[in-house]
Design a protein around this ligand. Structure first.
Ligand SMILES: Nc1ncnc2c1ncn2[C@@H]1O[C@H](COP(=O)(O)OP(=O)(O)OP(=O)(O)O)[C@@H](O)[C@H]1O
Ligand SMILES: [Mg+2]
Length: 297
């Protein structure tokens, strides 16, 4: 039988291609049911993308929106842990082949590869195509049950996962960029902005995390520098969504699997997330997501 260089028969390759096309169709149908699909992006690691994703999701839910969170960080999933869900919990599969998200307060629906891994120490050693197919299958078969917003947490960089999300999800409402004020982070987030532009994905705005640390006497210390996100917002003509201070309770809550936004609603960070949620709602619901970030040239 004729075979490809990888040893598969041409018939097998054709079958596989057909399956992929069918799944892609399912992704399109499934994603059409969700009004706003927003990916959280930054080329740099550890700047707080996952924290921003879950906090913004919680803030949108408190504002009365139905929200889902999809952790597309296949190698380092952390959203489930920040939301208090153990690795290995699993995702309920229904008889009709659809997958049910796990629901956590305040009514967030969560899907993460982390829920499917046996332990925290289990490394995901997948090459690009396998990662792409895992993301595609979850996007195709999860029944999000009538949510308004799907927030997608991405790993750092502009690789397989980012490309898969940008290319698979039709009418991705846009991306939210996250940076810290350092020059290094700034230069790297510019790459993420350029990536979004290249793929014609609107930029909804930029969030600056770890902007300052406030001492008990009220003095503010700009540990990583000052003004980077505002400069990027001006340079790219994109909305500046807000700033989140450094707060040791954030790290503690995230590590303990407690939702910071719900544990400390009166903190400056949580209030900032409410304001960011309002801005995002204003941009995507009133102005229409397709226009957001159009000025980014
Ligand atoms: N404003 C903040 N103040 C204090 N700690 C924070 C703040 N934001 C995030 N953290 C902590 O910093 C660490 C990195 O945050 P997070 O995991 O959200 O970053 P990330 O950008 O998603 O990382 P990765 O690139 O690995 O996915 C976590 O321990 C988190 O709890
Ligand atoms: Mg992360």
């Amino acid at each position: 039988m004729a075979s490809t260089s990888s040893g598969s028969s041409y018939k097998e390759v054709a079958q596989r291609m057909k399956l992929i096309q069918e799944q892609q169709k399912k992704v399109v149908e499934n994603m059409k049911k969700i009004k706003y699909k927003i990916a959280v992006l930054s080329s740099k690691g550890g700047v707080g993308k996952s924290f921003v994703t879950v906090s913004l999701a919680a803030a949108l839910a408190v504002k009365g929106r139905k929200v889902g969170v999809f952790d597309a960080d296949v190698h380092g999933p952390s959203v489930h842990k920040m939301l208090g869900l153990p690795t290995g919990l699993g995702l309920p599969a229904r008889a009709d082949g659809t997958i049910e998200p796990i629901e956590v307060p305040p009514g967030l629906k969560v899907v993460s590869v982390g829920l499917l891994l046996p332990t925290d120490e289990t490394p995901v050693i997948w090459r690009g195509p396998l990662k792409t197919s895992a993301i595609r299958e979850l996007l195709a078969f999860v029944d999000w049950g009538g949510i308004d917003y799907l927030l997608i947490d991405l790993p750092p960089g502009t690789g397989d996962e980012q490309l898969t999300i940008a290319q698979l999800i039709p009418q991705l409402t846009g991306v939210i960029l996250v940076t810290i004020p350092s020059e290094v982070s700034k230069s790297v987030v510019l790459k993420a902005a350029a990536f979004a532009r290249k793929l014609n994905v609107p930029i909804i705005g930029i969030v600056e995390n770890m902007t300052y640390f406030e001492c008990p006497d009220g003095s503010k210390h700009y540990i990583f520098g000052k003004g980077a996100a505002k400069e990027i917002a001006e340079q790219f003509n994109i909305p500046y969504l807000g700033e989140i201070p450094i707060d040791p309770r954030i790290r503690e809550a995230n590590d303990a699997g407690k939702i910071f936004f719900l544990e400390y609603p009166d903190s400056k960070a949580s209030k900032a997330f409410l304001s960011i949620a309002e801005k995002v709602m204003e941009i995507v619901e009133k102005q229409g997501g397709a226009q957001a970030g159009q000025g980014a040239q």
